[in-house]
Design a protein around this ligand. Structure first.
Ligand SMILES: Nc1ncnc2c1ncn2[C@@H]1O[C@H](COP(=O)(O)OP(=O)(O)O)[C@@H](O)[C@H]1O
Ligand SMILES: [Mg+2]
Length: 249
């Protein structure tokens, strides 16, 4: 019967977003636009304080832009109820996992989202166990979240989102607190999931290993340049503002 009109358009479209914190002298976002199509994983690189976290909080409606529009599947989001619907389908991994985890045990935390979506207690539990298994976290169900390491918390936080089976992932600095083995594990997970994603990080190699396109966030706007396109080669080359190593250097 064809697509419903409200399901047409890119998954996410951020249009001319401008934002300044109250009392802030400079705008954090300055007419920023970005489009996420299904199948894309967009990397967004920018230094500390460039507005990456602010941008994600605007997408999910935790902050209101002074101007501009967030569209999900073509539909502009206006009221809080629109953003509530978006948050069922767009999973934000917070920069700090402690902001995401609030239940005593891992299983309770991961089952919370599915319960909220209306699954029965047993279905939510099954969904949580299955999600933990996908992330290699079987056996963590009864662990106390506040006793987990930073890296374990990050993966459990990711599980709380994936258990809701989102259509879009927003990952805010996902490699913070990760040792190299967990970081490599996360790269495999993201590439295997193949979910439309926006990943913000200052870890260039991580973005190159996971993203289809990498943009820079500068002066409150998104920019693309050849130097930010993922590449696989070995010779030395200047990378201007974003120096990075290759895995095999
Ligand atoms: N609640 C707030 N009130 C005022 N300024 C803030 C607030 N949160 C963040 N900022 C400032 O906004 C800028 C962008 O912050 P943020 O989005 O967290 O950057 P990033 O995630 O790229 O490091 C920073 O200069 C930060 O100090
Ligand atoms: Mg941040």
């Amino acid at each position: 019967m064809g697509e419903k009109p409200e399901d047409s358009g890119p998954l996410l479209r951020l249009e001319d977003l401008s934002f300044a914190y109250p009392g802030g002298s400079t705008p954090i976002l300055d007419s920023l636009s970005l489009t996420l199509q299904s199948g894309e994983r967009l990397g967004l690189i920018g230094p500390n304080g460039s507005g990456k976290t602010t941008f994600f909080h605007i997408i999910v409606g935790l902050l209101k832009p002074q101007s501009g529009t967030v569209r999900f599947k073509g539909k502009p989001l206006i009221e809080e109820k629109d953003f509530r619907l978006l948050r069922k389908e767009v999973g934000l991994l917070f920069q700090d996992a402690d902001d995401q985890l609030f239940s005593p045990t891992v299983l309770d935390d991961v089952a919370f989202g599915p319960l909220n979506l209306g699954l029965s207690v047993s279905d939510a539990r099954a969904r949580a166990e299955q999600t933990l298994a996908t992330l290699g976290l079987t056996g963590y169900e009864q662990r106390l979240t506040h006793h987990l390491s930073g890296g374990e918390k990050k993966l459990v936080a990711l599980a709380t989102i994936l258990a809701m089976q989102p259509s879009v992932l927003l990952l805010d600095e996902p490699t913070n607190d990760l040792d190299s083995a967990t970081r490599a594990h996360l790269i495999r997970i993201i590439n295997t999931l193949s979910l439309a994603s926006v990943i913000i990080s200052h870890d260039w190699d991580f973005l190159a290993a996971t993203c289809t396109t990498i943009y820079g966030l500068k002066g409150g706007r998104v920019e693309i340049s050849d130097e930010l396109t993922p590449h696989a080669h070995r010779h030395a080359h200047p990378h201007g503002e974003h120096p990075h190593r290759h895995e095999d250097d």
